[in-house]
Write a protein that binds this ligand. Structure first.
Ligand code: ATP
Length: 681
């Protein structure tokens, strides 16, 4: 009575089709054996193997055995699968259907109910599966699900309920309300604890950090003192003031470590033990402070260096920092018919700080946008060359820092946290944490933020550091990413003279590393003005009136007959001249509106079409060329010298332009950490 392969295939092929197409040889309109009915099967007299096709079965027809199912239209039976419950059906006299199955026996026949009539998926043949709240170890056995366990539909065994979840007898699923409730309460308690103790936690952490820092600073100081003593002793020996080097007189407590730093004495076991015990954090700070000390010593003779010296020193000391030179050739930016920048030619060089000045609306911000490569939306003519090659500035964005006029600080983080977050996200991911700490300490030191490093920056509601300090933190945020080109929009606005000078000193330090620094400034003091290397003076309409070294600016303008009166600040006076506020008598027939044209002539650039008519007005070309050639000669020596070294340096470093900053996931992790800190404050 068992179905063979062909019959099983016939059954399976009919699954899923809406009309029941399974028909065996004995189940058709001409012959309908009793086994064709649902829940019945017959046997065959022939000795058929399992491989045979659909057979003729019309003998010995009987109800389907328990644990098997016999579909309508097939005269054989198949075993019910595990998880099914196929007992013998019982006739329901009211409906005349075989329970729990839904088939009918032929009315008036002497047939009885067999077992199941079909099997497929749980939805189509719901009644064949072991019911929920029970488990069926075999296809003919149905047991109640015991207390403390649950049984889903079709279960062959019991599932134990979890701790604290309630399960009565015959449970279909676990009752986890209590368990879930306890879990939620525990989470809430943890969150409340974290929220309430976060301040203390952050304070303790800050305390530990500051302890580590102090310890490291002390060790660095001790090392420096020991180094000085050692040097002194050596000098004494060299000067023959002591006859021979007495080992007992030598600083026996000194020991030189592999990095050349002298450490605390060998004899003093306690202290060296302490040194060994220094935790990693202290060690990182110690290294940073020692390195900064060394840099300070090197800094002393920095002022004597020429530009090429600075460039080559940067090359020796900081192989990591690539250099960027940005040059413009006849750059014109316009929107519609309005020209925002016109015929800008010149360059911003690495290792130099350039001040950009001009009357309001002259195009300073537009000039910065051009340097940053943000020229989409403008009609652009001319060239922007990066390291002598035309290309998009966007590809260098990882090594370009931009300090906008508005704040970019996070008010509810401390100064140090703000800088650390920026550094972590924007420095190369391959850089070690110790190196990142060194950069952070360097920036904190050079911007004079040591005192306020643990202070909250503050928001409108919660007062924090002062406005000037905030400005310096803004700059620091960009400095910690070790940019090669640092652009600042009015960094000194709102700062007093001392703070402005401190900021400029920090920028000078950056420039000494080969960074190309470019800043828009307003009304700098004379001292501050002289701390810049180059000067770009923009006239209205985005025209250059001067672009060159600060040291030559007065020379240039006096050559044109513009002499700065006593007690006047030169940059302010030149802007007043451009604006027509200050009156002056210029050479020849020239007037202040001709200053951009004079600059073009002075440099021998091509005069734009719309300026040509002004040429006749001024009538002093011969004199201008004379002035031009003098100043050009003056600068040519240094310019040529620097050009070669810069370009050599730049071409060597091109491979370093691909800084790999942390990926999206890492940045997201830092971001979450920052938000958590901000929220918890
Ligand atoms: N997107 C723009 N659409 C139209 N005009 C613009 C646009 N951007 C700038 N300008 C115009 O270009 C000129 C230069 O603007 P820019 O902002 O560069 O001047 P600025 O020198 O930075 O001025 P300020 O010192 O006042 O900030 C202005 O006359 C300004 O109105």
């Amino acid at each position: 009575m068992m179905c063979n392969k062909a019959e099983i295939e016939l059954y399976l092929s009919s699954l899923g089709s809406k009309s029941i197409v399974r028909i065996s040889r004995d189940c058709n309109q001409f012959s309908w054996a009793p086994g064709c009915q649902s829940g019945w099967a017959c046997s065959t007299p022939e000795d058929n193997s399992f491989e045979n096709p659909v057979l003729s079965r019309a003998e010995n027809c009987r109800p389907c055995c328990p644990g098997f199912f016999c579909p309508r239209g097939l005269t054989c039976m198949m075993p019910c699968p595990l998880g099914a419950y196929c007992p013998l059906g019982t006739l329901n006299k009211t409906t005349n259907l075989c329970d729990p199955y839904s088939y009918q026996i032929t009315p008036g026949s002497n047939q009885t109910c067999g077992s199941a009539d079909s099997w497929a998926d749980v939805i189509t043949t719901n009644d064949v599966f072991c019911p929920p709240g029970h488990h069926c170890p075999t296809t003919t056995q149905k047991l109640n699900c015991s207390k403390g366990s649950y049984c889903r539909k079709g279960a062959t065994g019991e599932n134990k309920c979890r701790w604290k979840s309630k399960c009565k007898e015959n449970s279909e699923k676990e009752e986890i309300a209590l368990f879930g409730g306890i879990l939620i309460v525990v989470l809430i308690v943890i969150l409340l604890l974290v929220y309430n103790c976060s301040d203390q936690f952050i304070a303790v952490r800050a305390k530990i950090l500051s302890k580590s820092r102090k310890k490291a600073a002390k060790i660095a100081q001790e090392s420096a003192t020991a180094r000085k003593r050692w040097k002194l002793a050596k000098e004494l020996v060299l000067r023959h003031e002591v006859e021979m080097y007495d080992s007992s007189a030598a600083p026996e407590e000194l020991a030189t470590s592999s990095d050349g730093i002298l450490h605390a004495d060998k004899g003093n076991g306690k202290r060296s033990k302490n040194c060994r015990k220094l935790n990693v954090r202290t060690e990182r700070f110690r290294r940073a402070y020692s390195q900064i000390d060394k840099e300070r010593a090197l800094q002393l003779d920095k002022d004597k260096l020429t530009l090429s010296g600075i460039v080559s020193r940067a090359a020796e000391n900081r192989p990591q920092r690539p250099m960027l030179e940005v040059a413009f050739k006849g750059l014109t930016l316009s929107i519609g018919k309005k020209k925002l920048l016109q015929c800008v030619t010149g360059k911003l060089s690495p290792g130099r700080i350039t001040a950009i000045m001009g009357p309001s609306g002259a195009g300073k911000t537009t000039f910065l946008n051009a340097v940053l490569g943000k020229t989409s939306g403008y009609k652009k003519d001319g060239l922007v060359l990066v390291n002598g090659k035309s290309g998009s500035m966007q590809s260098y964005k990882k090594i370009i820092g931009f300090v906008p006029q508005d704040d970019i600080v996070h008010g509810n983080l401390t100064v140090e946290e703000n800088l650390w977050f920026s550094g972590r996200c924007r420095l190369s991911k391959s850089m070690s944490k110790a190196d990142k700490v060194l950069i952070l300490e360097r920036v904190i030191g050079s911007l004079g933020l040591q005192e306020i490093r643990n202070s909250l920056v503050g928001t409108v509601e919660k007062r924090g550091i002062s406005g000037g300090q905030r400005k310096r933190v803004n700059v620091g945020i960009e400095m910690v990413m070790e940019p090669s080109l640092l652009i600042l929009d009015e960094p000194t606005t709102g700062l007093d003279s001392a703070s402005s000078q401190q900021l400029l000193r920090a920028l000078r330090h950056e420039a000494s590393q080969g960074v190309n620094v470019c800043a828009v400034i307003h009304q700098p003091s004379y001292t501050l003005f002289n701390m810049f290397d180059d000067f770009v003076l923009l006239a209205r309409g985005g025209l250059i009136a001067y672009h060159g070294p600060i040291s030559e600016v007065e020379n240039y303008f006096s050559g044109l007959g513009i002499k700065v009166p006593d007690r006047e600040n030169p940059p302010d006076y030149y802007i007043d001249i451009l604006e027509g506020i200050a009156k002056t008598k210029m050479r020849g027939h020239a007037t202040p509106k001709h200053l951009p044209l004079l600059w073009i002539l002075h440099n021998g650039y091509e005069v734009p079409e719309d300026m040509r008519k002004d040429l006749e007005e001024i009538n002093m070309m011969h004199e201008l060329y004379t002035v031009g050639s003098i100043t050009r000669e003056l600068s040519s020596v240094e310019q040529t010298e620097s050009k070669d070294s810069v370009h050599q340096n730049v071409s060597q470093r091109n491979d370093l332009l691909n800084r790999k900053t942390p990926g999206v996931l890492a940045q997201y992790r830092y971001y979450l950490g920052r938000v958590a800190k901000q929220r918890l404050r």
